[in-house]
Design a protein around this ligand. Sequence first.
Ligand code: ARG
Length: 588
Amino acid sequence: MNVLPFSIGDDLQKTLTELALECPLFDPTFDPEIRLAEERFGDFQANGILSYCKRNQQDPRAAAQRLCDALGANNPSFQVTVAGAGFLNVTLTDSAMLAWLQRFHTEASYEGQLSSVFSGKTVVVDYSSPNTAKRMHVGHLRSMVIGEALQRLIRFSGGKVIRDNHLGDWGTQFGILLMEIKAEKYDFQGTPEVVMERIEQWYQQGVQKAKTDPQALEAARRELVCLQQGDATNVSLWKRINQISYESFEAIYQRMGVAFDFVLGESFYRDQLPAVYESLQACGLAALDQGALVVFHPEHPRFCKQPFLIRKSDGASNYASTDLATARYRAEHFQADAILYVTDARQCDHFEQLFLTVQKWFAAEKRPIPALYHAPFGMVLDGSGKAIKTREGKPVLLQQLLDEAVARAYALIAQKSPDLSEEEKRQVAEVVGCGAIQYADLSQDRTSNYRFEFDKMIRFEGNTAPYLLYAVARIYAIFRKASIEHATYDFSAVRSLSSFSTQTERSLAHKLLDFPMILSLSLKELKPHHLCRYLYELAGSFSTFYNADKVMVDKAAIRDLRLLLCQATLSTLETGLHLLGLRTLKKM
Ligand code: ARG
């Protein structure tokens, strides 16, 4: 490793794994477990030797020494030592760290540097995917926000991402809705917001009627059958509702910086369903069970008895039918190497059954099997830990949630930066308010439930978007004050240095080394909260540095080194926030 790569930690991980394979003490189960080290121990640390040796009843210190000798040989960039009961510590030389900083301190310089299982692969990311005929509410937040961050991370690591919004646009809600709309001769005048509100009311009225009046229920059923059989009036009303629904979704997507390559809802697959049923039966996977078509998985402890229902006994399709057709379409049409689904955790069984079925089905048909991933997430709760609702017990609309966040951000900004113009305050508040909601969601481990609390997410203290956005703006201000154009500044004076001049400089550089490894970890686990935590800690390391070391000192080399550290921190924070889906601000 003469020229240090972007991800030194991942590179050490790979090198140590390879070196271990050449050494008779290790077998392929060995994982060096490289992590950023606590600074007093060095820069990186291999933690995996101890547990490996325990498992295999070997002397960990002897094993560590073997790897130490192999790794340490001919390496001008770092020093390797054995520590404690069998750890390896790797300490970079100051000049190697300085060279790394000079190479990697802009967003552009990171491009194409990170690899993951997705590099070079076609990856369909299925996220947001709300059901139509309803406005988006708080329950729709997580798939959109987490999916957006994950697709950005995958793309950053060289994945060819296809963003697909798999709308629920073919559900039973349309029977009731069409019955009500036709009975009362409603029209669709007004803005999408207004019409959507009305559509929701019609639906509620229809539900009430169907509950009390068997004739209405029957009418709703007839309307649904008509729609599914292609009746022109019903199809055109259905299209109209979907179109207005999507306009209302887009207003949110725009505010959140979310966009899709394809919007192929459930209805897109409706003509492909008969072929799916037939093919699954032909390869012996699906069978009739009391009139319904089902798939069992005999090898599975639960799904040997719990069927995967793929066609109802009345012949109607369901969520599973369209998902099977969708998987096949994505494999064939997009040549997907991988498909990632981002939904709430209640759908875990569905996806486990879907994946098992798809794997067996594709194997039987001798087609390539894409890697299938499900990234489930927990619920959004209110401050007291209950499912979040309005005072009337209705779901909280996303548009209202964003408006309130932006209003609160405005108040915060007006107080902190009274000198901004009115226009600037409004723009900053939009970025900070929407970002705060995104970030509060992403900073939690996605698998747990979290409490939605405005007071905690819209403030400048703690692991929040306002704190991080402010850290970014502050670094921009440093460059502005010094009249330096950070993007084109020539940091070459740093080349004359062979060491850091203070410990705080080195500590910040040490923290910066972790960024690529954190991105790898977030990708490996499909969990953006690792990145959030890291950015928060990095902003803290920067503050410590900035409070201790004056940047604009007389000595050019030291000044440029400190400016370089500012620049590297800035681009790390900005890249990280952009990967999470947030916008950043030069001034706030
Ligand atoms: N429409 C579904 C929902 O609202 C999510 C769809 C997720 N994607 C999929 N291919 N099943 O929960």
